[in-house]
Ligand binder design. Structure first.
Ligand SMILES: Cc1ncc(COP(=O)(O)O)c(C=O)c1O
Ligand SMILES: N[C@@H](CCCC[NH3+])C(=O)O
Length: 403
């Protein structure tokens, strides 16, 4: 963990609980790692902002020289607010309305369409314009079926063998197909799975000889479990470089740019979630640790059975045997948990808990369920100072939209 126990107490006292805390240095290091992934290859990094769209996080990523993708006009809006110029935003929509498409087109933001019908729609709105198409290479990957976004059982992408239909629509509306993209799924820890997807996309790319870019997608994973192996980035880089160089030998446009589109890899490990233990109880065979860390704050365990390491932060160090406990929140659902039957050191009421690797798909998926207030977000600077980068909700936020 990037803060010590005293700092954790200070932060909670100062900003309230629960609280997302991000470390700027870790975030910057991750950006640099991926920016330098493929030396000698014409490759750019699109940060996938859905993983964490905090304005200040976006500004740091912009400052590191990365581009961004957007999944909605809302993401475009916030990315522009962060300072991203339009040519560095790539709108990868899914089942979007004509109005949403126009929102991007009017700003001269490149749009990727996700189906033949959306390509038709694009043609009708912006005949003669530049467009990208998201393909489904037929292989998917990811930590849970809900996040596998390619293969035979997903709504995403244009089927790999529909290249001819794409060409027909492109011709019909005199579009310029400038790029193709894919995203096969999230949390890939085995580089060969990623490579397999890339091979699929490159096969498709061969049928479009003059693309300006080929976007290989995100999905690079980080380890969540104790002792779980990291994705072997250097091996990924070696295999990917070899594959892309081989592809280029027979590809018409030697200047084609490759893109990767990571979300989680950049932001997961720079974030922790702090919360407080309010009550401990035995209920038949189980010990429940009652906290303010419910599914409203971090939904990943409930939604995907995701594992996040938990660190117990007592006022004093705790020794003694580990005990199995179930860590739950304060939401009115039996499924409201953060960790089930987890072996943890002794926990007492008043302790803090730190949920690790909470920077990706944490705050962005939080909610006001049960009229709970969404937590604040704080950034730790390299010199150990900290600042609030989003305030906690207040009661007025709960009623802001009533008319
Ligand atoms: C199109 C697209 N690109 C990139 C990502 C980023 O995924 P990850 O956070 O797993 O890198 C996603 C999310 O899954 C996505 O839908
Ligand atoms: N929200 C998912 C990842 C989905 C990525 C977006 N398609 C998670 O927390 O693992």
């Amino acid at each position: 963990m990037f803060i010590n126990h005293n700092t954790a107490y200070e932060l909670i006292e100062h900003y309230g609980s629960p609280l997302y805390v991000y470390d700027e240095s870790i975030l910057r290091n991750r950006c640099r790692e991926l920016k330098n992934l493929l030396p000698g290859i014409n490759c750019t990094v699109n940060y996938s902002a859905k993983a964490n769209s905090n304005l200040e996080i976006l500004k740091i990523i912009l400052n590191e020289g990365l581009d961004v993708d957007a999944m909605s006009p809302g993401e475009i809006y916030i990315e522009q607010l962060a300072g991203f110029p339009v040519h560095r935003i790539f709108y990868i929509g899914n089942n979007v309305s004509a109005e949403e498409m126009k929102y991007a087109i009017e700003r001269e933001i490149l749009v990727s369409v996700d189906s033949l019908s959306q390509l038709e729609l694009y043609g009708k709105i912006n005949a003669g314009g530049a467009v990208a198409v998201r393909f489904n290479p037929g292989v998917g990957a990811g930590h849970h079926e809900k996040v596998i976004t390619a293969g035979r059982n997903t709504k995403f992408g244009v089927q790999a063998d529909f290249a001819d239909q794409v060409k027909e629509i492109v011709k019909k509306y005199q579009l310029k197909l400038v790029g193709i993209n894919q995203h096969i799924g999230s949390l890939i820890l085995n580089e060969d799975k990623y490579i397999q997807g890339v091979k699929g996309l490159l096969q498709i790319a061969k049928q479009f000889p003059n693309l300006q870019f080929i976007d290989l997608g995100g999905g690079l994973g980080v380890p969540y479990g104790e002792g779980e192996a990291r994705l072997d980035l250097s091996m990924l880089a070696i295999k990917l470089s070899a594959l892309l160089k081989e592809f280029l030998q027979n590809y018409d446009n030697k200047e084609v740019v490759f893109k990767i589109e990571p979300g989680r890899y950049l932001v997961a490990e720079c974030g922790i979630l702090l919360g407080q233990v309010y009550s401990i109880k035995e209920n038949y065979e189980k010990t429940y640790i009652g906290t303010d860390l419910g599914m409203n704050v971090l939904v990943r365990p409930v939604l995907y059975d995701s594992y996040h390491q938990i660190e117990v932060i007592g006022k004093k160090e705790r020794s003694g045997p580990l005990k199995p406990v179930t860590v739950v929140g304060n939401i009115c659902e039996s499924g409201d948990f953060i960790a089930k039957d987890r072996l943890l050191p002794e926990i007492r009421e008043g302790d803090l808990l730190a949920v690790l690797n909470a920077g990706a798909y944490g705050y962005v998926m939080s909610s006001n369920y049960n009229c709970r207030l969404r937590p604040g977000e704080v950034l730790m600077n390299a010199d150990g100072s900290h600042r609030m980068i989003r305030r906690r909700d207040c009661f007025e936020d709960l009623v802001r939209h009533y008319v």
